[in-house]
Design a protein around this ligand. Sequence first.
Ligand SMILES: Nc1ncnc2c1ncn2[C@@H]1O[C@H](COP(=O)(O)OP(=O)(O)OP(=O)(O)O)[C@@H](O)[C@H]1O
Length: 257
Amino acid sequence: MAATIALSNQKGGVGKTTSAYVLASVFKSKGYRVLAVDMDPQGNLSFSMGAETDGCATIYDVLKGELKPKYAVQKSSLVDLIPSNILLSSIELEFTGARREFLLKMALDSLKPYYDYIFIDSPPALGILTVNAFTAADYILMPMLSDIFSLQGIMQLNETIERVRSYCNPDIKVLGAFLTKHNPRTRFSREVEGTLNMVAADLDFPVMNAYIRESVALREAQSLQKSVLEYAPACNAVKDYEKLADELFQRGLEANG
Ligand SMILES: Nc1ncnc2c1ncn2[C@@H]1O[C@H](COP(=O)(O)OP(=O)(O)OP(=O)(O)O)[C@@H](O)[C@H]1O
């Protein structure tokens, strides 16, 4: 049975998609069966993975109940993926029924026996799509930049997590936050890191020791729709995501068995 991890932060551009894409690839390279789910209507994860998104089944069809989840899974040399496209953005208005927070959970439950890990990429907002991601998830992992807006974002995110814990998913665990595009050599980055550690201690979640450095090769791989593990296996970002994966296991991430 798969463990499900939602990458989330309502601030845009902090590395949610990139982290879902590289962590999923790193886990696959370790021999695990991995599914990635694109819950962002921007469809960037789907693009990075070279998936089809037009005129094909997407997570939108699944959430609408028009398609069995297994028929929306696209197999690729990278990892399996349920793609999304801009249609997903209409869900806020379209889905007003009771238990609309549970649509993704119900869909993924039927796929869990076939995978060890499921990574969900969430949109940069705290609406119904993110609530669905948290309701379906066993774990939340929060990428963030070393800037002051990311810190504010983490506090708002924590309120949403607490609401989901109270109403939809009492068992959800916060794996923690980690810094992306980080340069520990600048004084400002170190200061923000210090403040993040204080905020995290206050909110009772860990900050990962592993952080992700800026990497041009990673950007290139994404734009070429290639796996960065094949395109630039020795680049800093791959090494950093491998360290992050190891730390997640050390901190208690496990397949649900
Ligand atoms: N370690 C890195 N080094 C260099 N560029 C990076 C790194 N991580 C992410 N990026 C780039 O930063 C941009 C934003 O990253 P990404 O799309 O992963 O963020 P996001 O949080 O998912 O964004 P959104 O909120 O729009 O969904 C992308 O152009 C991506 O290629």
